[in-house]
Design a protein around this ligand. Structure first.
Ligand SMILES: *Cc1c(COP(=O)(O)O)cnc(C)c1O
Length: 453
């Protein structure tokens, strides 16, 4: 066992050490070699060290350097070294973190991690929290709690009786809602299309004047951090209007919620603490390994009612928290250990600096591209930059060539009818040098593609 784990650690270190000098996207040859996986199921056991060697030789070159400092796609982060190490140790423990009894160690680490999260995000300290796989699942949790609470107020027990014959729920989302919010609404029987979509402004923020008159069971979904622009909905005014009529306000803050942890950015979230539920990711801006999302719900009993394995009347709240009463999963890994290790190593100031550093890098990209004459399509309030290099065809060509050239990686998006390259800076690993190298590559390639300054 020991030599096997040592070998895995050596291979992982070698992989990570090589990241700064390799192309960010995998080379075509490495992808072509994956075809050798198209082989029959082995009839007989194989040696573990040979399996690891094959995984490394075939798998490592076929990765994108998402763990490095120059991957700017998809609003995702890397994984802080301490979180990788803690994750490995906790994997070796192989604890089932769903129940409390036989795994007191991980339950205690998760308990502390949740308390710290509520502190660093300055959310209501009594809110319930859940470690889930990602913001998709966190949105599902928040909206399941919402569904429970608004129907309970209307005299309906949705967990017991389902939605057939239930009072209708008005669901209001932004025209800019993330597709995973829509998916969660569909899974919960609230309908992907059966929603009111509110218009937004040029940054993708809900315009409060479009809020329809509210009555009856209502769920309002807001957003902290638009995946294109990074913009935040105006929480204070929307929460006030919604809560005056007893509506539930859910916030998708997959990455944007972390603005709360940074003194210079917190103002973007004004009023967000008045919401009823919040979804975020740890595997994005907190920079822990996948899969790690977080749901917070002010009325913890609503989340518990929606997620507990047994009916509420069968398991009255005991003195000890049963983690699986708050998550869709029963059995799961101890995700909170990674979060605990990240918060322990960074501390309050380290988290704030990491978030603010990413935003500073984003502003540098925007300045550099703009002063070369390219159009920045968004107000760079957070870590997101949208740049156009001319018409759609040229912008797409710059992105394709940039990805192939390998210095950095950015993706394509459409923003309000315009094709743009999206730069998302979320990684702890991104340095000033990474930004300068990447910016130089963008400008070099844009010039070569005949982009219009
Ligand atoms: C990434 C993202 C999600 C989905 O998160 P996963 O962790 O991929 O499930 C939801 N909302 C927003 C705004 C996101 O950026």
């Amino acid at each position: 066992m020991s030599s096997l784990l040592d070998d895995a650690a050596k291979r992982a270190s070698r992989y990570l050490d090589a990241l700064p000098s390799r192309a960010v996207a995998p080379l075509p040859e490495a992808i072509a070699r994956l075809q050798s996986l198209d082989e029959p199921l082995p009839e007989h056991p194989q040696a573990p060290d040979a399996i690891l060697r094959r995984l490394d030789e075939l798998g490592s070159p076929a990765t994108s350097a998402m763990a490095g400092g120059r991957f700017f796609g998809f609003v995702i982060g890397g994984a802080l070294p301490v979180t990788v190490a803690a994750n490995w140790l906790a994997t070796a423990w192989d604890q089932n973190a769903g129940g409390h009894g036989p795994a007191p160690g991980v339950a205690a680490f998760e308990h502390t991690a949740l308390r710290w999260l509520l502190e660093i995000l300055d959310l209501p300290r009594h809110a319930a929290g859940a470690f889930v796989t990602g913001a998709t699942q966190a949105n599902l949790c928040g909206l399941a709690a919402a569904r429970h609470a608004v129907l309970k107020r209307a005299g309906w027990d949705v967990e017991a009786d389902g939605l057939f014959g239930a009072p209708p729920i008005t669901v209001i989302v932004s025209a800019e809602a993330h597709p995973t919010v829509i998916k969660a609404l569909g899974v919960l029987g609230l309908g992907r299309s059966r929603v009111i979509r509110m218009g937004t402004d040029a940054q993708g923020r809900i315009r409060p004047e479009f809020l329809p008159p509210l009555a009856g069971p209502t769920i309002l979904c807001l957003q902290a951090g638009n995946i294109n622009t990074g913009a935040f909905d105006p929480f204070a005014v929307l929460c006030e209007r919604a809560q005056a009529v007893g509506a539930w306000v859910h916030v998708d803050g997959a990455f944007g919620l972390w603005a709360l942890a940074a003194p210079t950015l917190r103002h973007l979230c004004d009023g967000i603490d008045r919401a009823d539920s919040w979804a975020t990711d740890a595997h994005k801006w907190l920079n822990v390994p996948y899969d790690s999302g977080l749901a917070f719900v002010r009325d913890g009993e609503a989340l518990r009612a929606a997620m507990s394995v047994t009916a509420a009347y069968l398991s009255p709240p005991g003195p000890r928290r049963v983690a699986s009463d708050f998550t869709p999963e029963l059995s799961r890994r101890a995700r909170g250990v990674d979060v605990w290790s990240a918060l322990s190593s960074l501390g309050r100031s380290g988290v704030a600096q990491m978030i603010e550093r990413c935003c500073k890098h984003a502003r540098r990209f925007a300045r550099g591209l703009e002063s070369a004459g390219y159009s920045i399509l968004n107000d760079v309030v957070l870590n997101q930059v949208l740049v156009s290099f001319g018409d759609a065809a040229i912008t797409r060509r710059v992105i394709t060539e940039l990805q192939a050239e390998g210095t950095c990686w950015c993706g394509v998006t459409e923003w309000q009818g315009q094709t743009a390259m999206r730069i998302s800076v979320c990684s702890w690993a991104t340095t000033d040098d990474d930004v300068e190298l990447s910016l130089a590559a963008m400008l070099r390639i844009a010039a070569r593609c005949g982009a219009s300054a």
